[in-house]
Design a protein around this ligand. Structure first.
Ligand code: UT7
Length: 323
């Protein structure tokens, strides 16, 4: 027997405003065709002016709790993966906690940029397996529209806002890779690559800043590192990519998604793809894709899933779980 962190609920929230690529043609030297061909993105959602990351996160959390048939009273901990929290402090997670009416347990944010949800899942799993929490709400929520430089066509057309959430619950498994729940995680970072993807501002430098990215350099690292971390996480539990039902990747670029699947020897039919509708929602993209994938009828109980992501840091990693 072995404890496992099993997904018992999933949900997401997307802001109402949908922005098609053609909107950018009005203000920038760009085309719908360029954006679609180079990134796979066709549209993205942007939060309303008075809508914050914790609003998005709370809506996604409520959807996940409803899906699980649980209430906030049943939750011991909340982790929000985000790089765009409402305030410098307190954490977005404590704001979600209050909004859900949860007066016990604990809540905190995890900041690993686009890899944030993978890092948050791994932390939630560790809390559950070490007996510190029985049920954890793990949320990815972002408002990257707030840190865009709208004059930089190489970045501002790529990102979107949104939130997704999972409820993880301690359940007993057999201790084999047939168990439901998180089976393995692989986390990595290498701070030497800071300049490839960063925000040129922050509390200690006394500004908010804008996202800066050397896209083609990040692309190169993504193609090299994502299949490797996914395969490492699989090998850790004696599985291979041929066992995988669904790759649920970070949704940054369709060409990275295709390249990673190909490197893993899997057809695109085994990948949940949402990048066309959401753009890059950073830490929110994987839980959004999990929720949409379930809604579409792609992801079913018992399916073996590998999630993988890379982003600013660089930070990257993968989680293998049986749904
Ligand atoms: O989520 C965190 C991790 N982030 C990622 O994984 C993003 C990784 N990178 C990418 O997705 C891609 O590198 C991009 C989509 C950002 C760019 O695609 P690319 O094929 O790597 O293009 P590039 O950066 O090499 O740029 C090619 C050309 C350049 O023009 P020149 O120098 O060849 O004349 C750019 O100036 O495309 C130009 N360009 C644009 N043209 C029209 C850049 N942005 C645009 C644009 N519209 N929006």
């Amino acid at each position: 027997m072995a404890g496992r962190s099993v997904v018992v609920g999933v949900g997401h929230y997307l802001p109402e405003r949908v922005v098609p690529n053609s909107e950018f043609e009005k203000t920038l030297d760009t085309t719908d065709e360029w954006i679609k061909t180079r990134s796979g993105i066709e549209r993205r959602h942007f939060a309303a002016e008075d809508e914050t990351t914790s609003d998005l996160a709370t809506n996604a959390a409520e959807a996940a709790l409803a899906d699980a048939g649980l209430t906030a009273d049943d939750i011991d901990a909340i982790i929000v993966a985000t790089s765009t929290a409402d305030l410098t402090f307190p954490s977005a997670a404590t704001m979600v906690q209050a909004r859900l009416g949860m007066t016990k347990g604990f809540a905190f944010d995890v900041q690993a940029v686009c890899a944030g949800f993978v890092f948050a899942l791994s932390n939630a799993n560790a809390l559950i397996l070490s007996g510190q929490a029985k049920r954890v709400l793990v949320i990815g929520a972002e408002t990257f529209s707030r840190i865009m430089d709208w004059s930089d066509r190489s970045t501002c057309v790529l990102f979107g806002d949104g939130a997704g959430a999972l409820v993880l619950e301690l359940q007993e498994g057999e201790g084999t890779s047939d168990d439901r729940g998180i089976l393995s995680t692989d986390l990595n970072s290498d701070g030497r690559y800071k300049d490839l993807l960063y925000v040129d501002g922050g509390v200690s430098t006394q500004s908010t800043g804008h996202l800066r990215m050397q896209g083609n350099q990040v692309f190169r690292h993504a193609v090299e590192k994502l299949a490797k971390t996914a395969n490492t996480a699989l090998e850790n539990v004696g599985l291979a990519s041929t066992d995988v039902d669904w790759i649920v990747p970070h949704q940054a670029n369709i060409r990275i998604i295709q390249g990673t699947a190909k490197k893993m020897g899997l057809p695109i039919e085994n990948v949940v793809v949402t990048v066309q509708d959401h753009g890059n929602t950073s830490a929110a993209s994987i839980p959004l894709a999990l929720s949409v994938g379930k809604q579409r009828g792609q992801i079913k109980q018992g399916d073996l899933i590998v999630t993988e992501a890379i982003g600013g840091g660089l930070a990257w990693g993968a989680v293998v779980l049986r749904w």
